[in-house]
Design a binder for this molecule. Structure first.
Ligand code: NAP
Length: 319
């Protein structure tokens, strides 16, 4: 009798609350007007407390999310229970805590970046850091050929920290397969992958199923397409909005349920910036619990061409 795969669970991602600017749609409405570090730390702690109350025990952050690791670290000191904490290296925050700059983050997958960011992450997240991921391991990353760095990273495993990577762009599937094939001393370098999967962009699904079959943790990000798969981002007369209304939930819950229902999925990240959004997102669990894995949200929305999806995403303004 094969061991049943445990149901996928929700996690909380801090990309939208750790810094004053990000690319999601309704920030001017949902975030406090005061985007000072103190105001965003308070909002982050409020969300983490609400996540704990909702039984969410997985938190995702990154060096490039402004001061998100610092905000999470200060909350973890008194957290009970302590969630599973994952972070990322590979992008550096350069926004200077401003909203009106053109560049907010710079990519660097070199060894010096790894060393300095690992030191910064462990200084802020110390004993709680469980998983360290390469941020957006795309085809152009020098990491693929950098064996000395791969060996350096593998040493982190010996210290009990898992290694993973995230993917982005229309060629995610290729990066998922290539990343999980990387080995150091005969063992897979990565045991966790984080990829964008949602009802508009499900193209990485098959590769993620292979990842799960190989025993990797599969984390879904951008489950509501940065706000496009929410009541605010979806036409009220659409089939998807109608299906959500019929079930008494928001479009966000239906979209996230579509991800939670994927048999290969381990964690689906909520990117909520308000407690009300997080509670609405969490309704996805009840939908899946009710419908099991025979969930076909796809019938309500047609997937987009991946290249078109990612080009639309790259045009989203940061604010
Ligand atoms: N390359 C990478 O590794 C990478 C890239 C992206 C994300 N991630 C991870 O994935 C997490 C989630 O991704 P994401 O935040 O970019 O995308 P997302 O989850 O698709 O979008 C979240 C955004 O949707 C809006 N929203 C959510 N629920 C809503 C509701 N009920 N009603 C109205 N609006 C709602 C909110 O934005 P507004 O309120 O501003 O509209 C929220 O910030 C991140 O926090 C991060 O941990 C990783």
């Amino acid at each position: 009798m094969p061991t049943p795969t445990p149901p996928a669970r929700l996690g909380l991602g801090l990309a939208a609350v750790g810094r004053p600017a990000y690319l999601t749609l309704g920030r001017d409405v949902d975030l406090p007007g005061d985007r000072s570090p103190a105001a965003l730390q308070a909002r982050t702690h409020e969300l983490l407390d609400a996540a704990t109350a909702l039984g969410i025990e997985y938190v995702d952050t990154a060096r490039s999310y402004g001061r998100a690791e610092e905000f999470l670290g200060s909350w973890l000191r008194t957290a009970e229970p302590v969630p599973f904490v994952a972070s990322k290296w590979g992008y550096r925050y350069v926004g200077g805590w401003r909203q009106d700059v053109d560049v907010h983050e710079v990519k660097d997958h070199g060894e010096a970046a790894y060393e300095s960011q690992l030191a910064e992450s462990t200084a802020l997240l110390g004993p709680w850091l469980r998983l360290y991921q390469v941020h957006s391991l795309t085809a152009d990353s020098p990491l693929w050929e950098d064996r000395p760095l791969q060996h350096r990273m593998a040493r982190l495993r010996a210290e009990g920290i898992e290694l993973g990577f995230s993917t982005s762009g229309p060629a995610q599937a290729e990066a998922v397969r290539r990343g999980l094939a990387l080995t150091v001393d005969g063992a897979p370098l990565f045991t966790s992958v984080q990829s964008t999967w949602n009802l508009l962009e499900p193209s990485a699904g098959a590769a993620l199923a292979e990842a799960a079959a190989a025993g990797a943790r599969v984390v879904v990000k951008e489950g509501v397409a940065n706000g496009r798969l929410t009541d605010r981002g979806t036409p009220a007369d659409s089939a998807l909005a109608g299906a959500a209304r019929e079930r008494g939930v928001g479009v966000d819950a239906l979209a996230l349920a579509g991800a939670l229902a994927q048999p290969w999925c381990t964690v689906v990240l909520s990117g909520a910036v308000t407690v009300a959004q997080l509670e609405s997102n969490a309704a996805a669990r009840d939908l899946v619990a009710g419908a099991g894995r025979e969930w076909a949200a796809e019938e309500w929305v047609r997937p987009e061409d991946p290249a078109a999806y990612w080009s639309a995403r790259s045009r989203l303004g940061w604010g």
